[in-house]
Ligand binder design. Structure first.
Ligand code: NAD
Ligand code: UDP
Length: 320
């Protein structure tokens, strides 16, 4: 049994991670300030005797002892949320990561940093390998997130080089699944909710931009494997599904799977929206013996099922 701290554990990815770690028999401390996370994501975890929640903002230093592993997920992740208060986002990525790295140094704990495909910006190399340095606008509307995450990677590597801290950096590509928040504006949740409500499907731009969508279970599997690697392996490692699709094709697929008669309407493309994104997962295959197992079709069906239940509950609450 290990003592594991999950920062940002009440969010979409963190809530799945906490649950699997608890199921494996570990003692899990989840810290979160509910900036984008929700109590409902973690309420069921209180059934596990070794689950503990601490409401805490990672901008403040922490003093906890006896921690074996730290997963740092604390940061708003959807463009809508991370651009709402961009200074806060940047501070969370940089100061938050620094505070957690200090905690790891004092505890001699392993440290996994949730970095992002956004460090590649609007990539000019396709698919993206970890050795590509990226094409990021350093002062655009997305830079609070992109540059914040790049700085956090830099801090992790400095703690590795200066203090010998076993750090692990993963670069997560667009991930979706149950527990995504209803209103976070990401494309998968937006399209599914719009289709289920028979509202217009909001396609930004002409929908020819691409993303590669990974189901949450595959990501969690990759994260757990990464944490177990030898101390000298820091990454960064891409974790994503290499199946690339246009956003227009995603809209069509969601409409089909929900059997909706919603129409697709075009809206302006947000500034600095990356044109193409697809991970090269060769390194993860070799080092983690990992590859995604869940197809887009199967993952979307699970996520549609989740949002149907959420919508039903919301409708009942409104009637009551
Ligand atoms: P999320 O917004 O659902 O979860 C982030 C969690 O961090 C939330 O619970 C939020 O309340 C918490 N948080 C934010 N600021 C905090 C602070 N200052 N102190 C304490 N807690 C704070 O997002 P997610 O999709 O679960 O993403 C988790 C991590 O994975 C993020 O670091 C994100 O950058 C990274 N990531 C996610 C994706 C994706 O597609 N989901 C892709 C790339 C990277
Ligand atoms: N997008 C869209 N309609 C929406 C939400 C997003 O067409 O309602 C597009 C967005 O412009 C981007 C892609 O879908 O090209 C993925 O957007 P998301 O916010 O999910 O993630 P990110 O841009 O960070 O990859």
């Amino acid at each position: 049994m290990k003592d594991i701290l999950v920062a940002g554990g009440a969010g979409f990815v963190g809530s799945h991670l906490c649950e699997i770690l608890l199921r494996q028999g570990h003692r899990v401390t989840c810290i979160d300030n509910f900036y984008t996370g929700r109590y409902e994501n973690i309420s069921h975890l209180y059934a596990f005797p070794y689950f503990k929640f601490i409401r805490h903002d990672v901008l403040q230093p922490l003093s906890i002892v006896g921690i074996d592993e730290i997963y740092n997920l604390a940061c708003p992740a959807s463009p809508l949320h991370y651009q709402k208060d961009s200074i806060y986002t940047l501070k969370t990525s940089v100061i938050g990561t620094l505070n957690l790295l200090e905690l790891a140094r004092k505890n001699h704990s392993r440290f996994l940093q949730a970095s992002t495909s956004e460090v590649y910006g609007d990539p000019q190399v396709h698919p993206q390998t970890e050795i590509y340095w990226g094409n990021v606008n350093p002062n655009g509307v997305r830079s609070c997130y992109d540059e914040g995450k790049r700085c956090a990677e830099s801090l992790c590597m400095d703690y590795y080089r200066q203090h010998g801290l076993p750090v692990k950096i993963i670069r997560i590509f667009n991930t979706y699944g149950p527990n995504m928040s209803f209103d976070d504006g990401r494309v998968v949740s937006n399209f599914i909710i719009q289709a289920l409500r028979r509202q217009d499907i909001t396609l930004y731009g002409d929908g020819s931009q691409t993303r590669s969508f990974q189901y949450i279970d595959d990501l969690i599997d990759g994260m757990l494997r990464m944490m177990c690697t030898v101390d000298s392996f820091t990454g960064p490692v891409n974790l994503g599904n290499p199946e690339e699709c246009t956003i227009k094709d995603l809209a069509v697929q969601v409409i089909k799977l929900t059997q909706s008669d919603a129409r697709i309407v075009c809206r302006p493309l947000p500034m600095d929206d990356p044109c193409r994104r697809k991970p090269d997962i060769g390194l993860a295959c070799r080092m983690l013996e990992w590859k995604p197992m869940v197809s887009l079709n199967e993952g979307l069906l699970n996520t549609i099922h989740y949002f149907k239940n959420i919508l039903n509950t919301k409708e009942h609450e409104e009637v009551d």
